[in-house]
Design a binder for this molecule. Structure first.
Ligand code: CMC
Length: 438
């Protein structure tokens, strides 16, 4: 028996099919609604709307469950690494030893940027935010690699996938070097992905440099934990842009900008600023918890709350545990970790947060680790972007490979003026009344 939802609208009754995935919420398939009834639906923020079918990542926000291609995040955090997880997300299965070797070798060989890319950095102001640079340079890759633009050519998609994964850390490290006036450090392909990135970030040509393996492992874990999170704002952006058949570089550049906002990946930077402020204010966490509860004040606890999780974010659980271990191994004592823990403790005893099911999210503890490694605060969201890249690519490719994907094009509920006459210039009145809504 086909299961349906019956909708009575105006004088019509329509039966809409229900669809069930392999796990998670059931959906009512409304794809024929407008044709059959003349009605569309209104769902600001897509709170109730599944924009696509996807087999990549599963999130159960009520129970704090996250799986990439079916594998629990806890198992991947324990046993996998970032590049293997990237492979898993993009190709759907864990790689065989040969496939893993080939993938890692290919990514490693693409780390170098075209020399002319470096000139872009001369044009950016020294104090430019590295997220702005990251997106601009990723967009500019489409000018250098015009041989891998075609979204329907599997070979070109593969090439742009490898180029992006390989070059994003180089682009990110160069943006940091630009901001502090140091020379760019070329990638060293003898190093693994994270060690190479750390070297490009922190080495100088005049000194010998060793990458701390504790830092490389911690970064590896953090990137893995950020690698995908189904249809979040930036991933939806990548899909939407890609649905016009824009190339992968252009689609990812758009995703980077979407990630930058403080309600999304920008929260990782905001958390550190907030913890700093609280610490400077006598570590008075209660005051800031009260401020976050004040509906007349725009302040929110950064790193708290999530559209999907109504439970502790499993990534935050892992990062919180990792903080203690990494700081101890690096010999760092950061009072901001104490402030963060205290803030969490106070908030999670408060009915405001409990009743709204607001818990620490992935951004709450990541910054403490990044800071201990030596990253400046404005690079935190860049790290999120490097981590999220495999997810963006996986979703973009899944969309391109799906049969008959439509261009993303939502409808609207129009609230502007009805049709009015054009008024010639000579007859228009000056002043706000003339410009205001009529
Ligand atoms: N501090 C204080 N109150 C909050 C917070 C917070 N961090 N988050 C949500 N609320 C309140 C909100 O004011 C609302 O209260 P009320 O029902 O009285 O109006 C209620 O909780 C529901 O919030 P919402 O804004 O309707 O929830 P949303 O699903 O639209 O927004 C969110 C989710 C992540 C944008 C939001 O929780 C937030 O702004 N958090 C802080 C920023 C942050 O940490 N972002 C990172 C998200 S996780 C990683 C990522 O995706 O990048």
């Amino acid at each position: 028996m086909t299961r349906t939802a019956r909708l009575h609208v105006a004088d019509r009754v329509v039966d809409l099919p229900l669809a069930t995935g392999t796990a998670g919420d059931q959906v009512i398939d409304i794809s024929t609604l407008r044709d059959r009834t003349g009605f569309t639906t209104l769902d600001p923020g897509y709170v109730n709307t599944a924009s696509c079918s996807s087999a990549i990542t599963f999130v159960d926000g009520d129970h704090g469950i996250l799986r990439y291609r079916g594998i629990p995040i806890e198992a991947l955090a324990e046993r996998s690494d970032f590049l293997e997880t990237a492979y898993l997300l993009i190709y759907g299965t864990l790689p065989s030893p040969a496939a893993s070797h080939a993938f890692v070798t290919t990514i490693t060989r693409h780390t170098l940027l075209h020399e002319d890319v470096k000139r872009f950095y001369d044009g950016f102001p020294k104090d430019a935010h590295p997220m702005a640079i990251l997106s601009a340079v990723v967009g500019a890759l489409s000018t250098f690699y015009q041989d891998s633009h075609n979204p329907t050519d599997p070979h070109q998609v593969e090439l742009s996938t490898h180029r992006l994964l390989a070059k994003l850390p180089s682009i990110a490290a160069y943006s940091y070097k630009k901001s502090i006036g140091q020379p760019f450090i070329y990638p060293d392909n003898a190093l693994d992905y994270c060690s190479n990135f750390l070297r490009m970030m922190f080495a100088v040509p005049t000194e010998p440099s060793d990458v701390n393996p504790v830092a490389a492992r911690a970064l590896n874990l953090a990137l893995l934990l950020h690698a995908d999170h189904e249809q979040n704002c930036s991933t939806s952006t990548v899909r939407l842009v890609g649905s016009s058949h824009a190339n992968l570089f252009a689609s990812v550049a758009a995703g980077i900008y979407a990630l930058w906002g403080p309600r999304h990946g920008g929260a990782s930077q905001q958390v550190m600023t907030m913890l700093d402020t609280i610490q400077a204010d006598g570590a008075n966490v209660g005051k800031y918890v009260d401020l976050a509860k004040d509906r007349s004040h725009p302040f929110r606890l950064s790193g708290f709350g999530h559209r999907v999780y109504r439970h502790y974010d499993p990534r935050a659980t892992i990062l919180k545990r990792t903080c203690d271990h990494v700081l101890a191994a690096l010999g760092v004592h950061d009072p901001l970790l104490d402030v963060a823990k205290r803030l969490e403790e106070v908030a999670l005893k408060d009915d405001f947060f409990l009743s709204r099911k607001l818990y620490p999210n992935v951004d709450f503890y990541s910054g403490v680790i990044y800071k201990a490694i030596g990253f400046p605060v404005n690079m935190f969201t860049v790290l999120f972007a490097i981590g999220r890249l495999p997810g963006w690519i996986a979703h973009w490719r899944e969309m391109m490979q799906a049969p008959a994907v439509k261009i993303g094009r939502p409808r609207q509920l129009y609230t502007g003026r009805p049709a009015i006459d054009y008024v010639p210039m000579a007859q228009r009145l000056d002043g706000p009344a003339a410009a205001g809504p009529g």
